[in-house]
Write a protein that binds this ligand. Structure first.
Ligand code: SF4
Length: 388
């Protein structure tokens, strides 16, 4: 069982000391980050977002991590994909605001990487960014949000995609195309194919560009509503869990590959669950929040930190009014991230796969670093508020 240190977004009183940046400090203390980074080259890996997005991790948080590393005698550099780094200053991320340099994980043109050979479905090799590989200590600093491929993005997703180079990221997204789902011999009629395409309200099914009798399923917008299956002839089209889960398994393998470049005990995992939007920060904009702010989580165990984050989100209702009108909530689909992305995008799958690869444990103890308490100003002789 692993410890997951938690600071809730909810405050007991109107005090700066009870807000998330200060609770992050307490979590860094509990992780003993300062004691562990003496002489280390430390990579806080985060998602710097893109374009006009402003719900990525605020520099206030990043700066506290960087300061803790410097206080402990480490040499920090924040890193992300080249895409995220090149426009980072537009969103407030500079060496001055963060307190350390910002480097693209694979260099500006993503040509600085190391190749790890490992077969999984369509993938033969995994290209890990050279800057990550060269760091001796990792701080996985992840913003928690929904994700159209796997339901949710947290500590796993931050490394799985963000530490890999473009060709690997693309191949990972193609894993859900690996198992066949369209059988044209069962649907030779073009008019029926047109009706199948039109049955999808989310635009997830389109004619295949390369095959006249083919259909292509975009897994990202598909919420598994099943409308297309009502139109398709039997056996022509399949919407299978396994196709959706392939991406999650790829994320676990990618993360395992990245973490294999660090010595045991040389990585910590932090999830910041605020401004939780429906889709990934890659989209380059910030929509409305679809869940309440939850808090900050930190652990030495990536499986435990993502599991605990998902468990703390699970009891909350999705703010349906926060969803873009083009998305469709399914209230009975399960976890809030399944409500917005569909039942087969089970956000826990990446934790299951990660645990099976030996990356950590789904059993954890949640340690609240500052439980919220109601201020005890009113005593036994409490006088109810008067109506004005
Ligand atoms: S299951 Fe629903 S969302 Fe997915 S392709 Fe079919 S109609 Fe579209």
């Amino acid at each position: 069982m692993s410890n997951v240190y938690f600071g809730a977004a909810r405050q007991g009183s109107l005090s700066a000391g009870e807000t998330l940046p200060c609770k992050l400090d307490l979590i860094l203390d509990r992780l003993r980050l300062r004691d562990r980074v003496q002489g280390e080259t430390v990579a806080p890996k985060m998602h710097l977002g893109g374009n006009v997005g402003y719900s990525t991790i605020h520099p206030v948080f990043v700066r506290r991590v960087v300061k803790a590393v410097r206080d402990g005698g480490g040499a920090p550099f924040v890193c992300d994909t080249s895409h995220g780094c090149q426009s980072a200053a537009e969103r407030g991320y500079t060496a001055e605001t963060l307190g350390c340099p910002i480097y693209p994980t694979g260099g500006l043109d993503e040509k600085h990487f190391s190749i790890h050979r490992r077969e999984f479905l369509n993938i033969r090799e995994w290209r890990v960014g050279g800057a990550i590989q060269e760091a001796s200590f990792l701080v996985d600093l992840a913003h928690v949000k929904g994700h159209p491929s796997c339901g949710f993005g947290g500590a796993f997703k931050n490394l799985a995609l963000g530490a890999m180079m473009g060709p690997t990221r693309s191949a990972m997204h193609d894993t859900n195309q690996f198992e066949r789902y369209w059988f044209p011999e069962r649907c030779p009629d073009g008019e029926t194919r047109r009706r199948i395409v039109e049955s999808c309200p989310l635009g997830a099914l389109v004619p295949d560009r390369d095959k006249p009798d083919g259909l292509h399923l975009h897994y990202e917008p598909c919420n598994q509503c099943g409308r297309c299956l009502r139109v398709a002839p039997e056996g022509a089209l399949f919407i299978r869990r396994e196709n959706f889960w392939a991406f999650q398994e790829a994320c676990a393998i990618a993360t395992h590959t990245v973490l294999s470049t660090f010595q045991p005990g040389k990585s910590v995992f932090i999830n910041i669950a605020n401004q939780i939007t429906p889709v990934c920060d890659c989209f380059g904009f910030t929509g409305m929040s679809i869940l309440p702010d939850i808090g900050v989580f930190g652990s030495d165990d990536i499986v435990a930190v993502d599991t605990a984050t998902l468990d703390c989100i699970a009891p909350h209702m999705v703010f349906a009014d926060g969803l873009p009108l083009e998305m469709e909530a399914q209230p009975d689909a399960g976890h809030p991230f399944q409500v917005i992305h569909g039942p087969y995008k089970d956000p826990y799958k990446v934790c299951e796969y990660g645990e099976s690869l030996g990356l950590g444990s789904r059993r954890y103890e949640l340690v609240d670093v500052m439980p919220a308490r109601r201020p005890g100003r009113a005593g036994a002789a409490y006088i109810p508020a008067a109506q004005p």
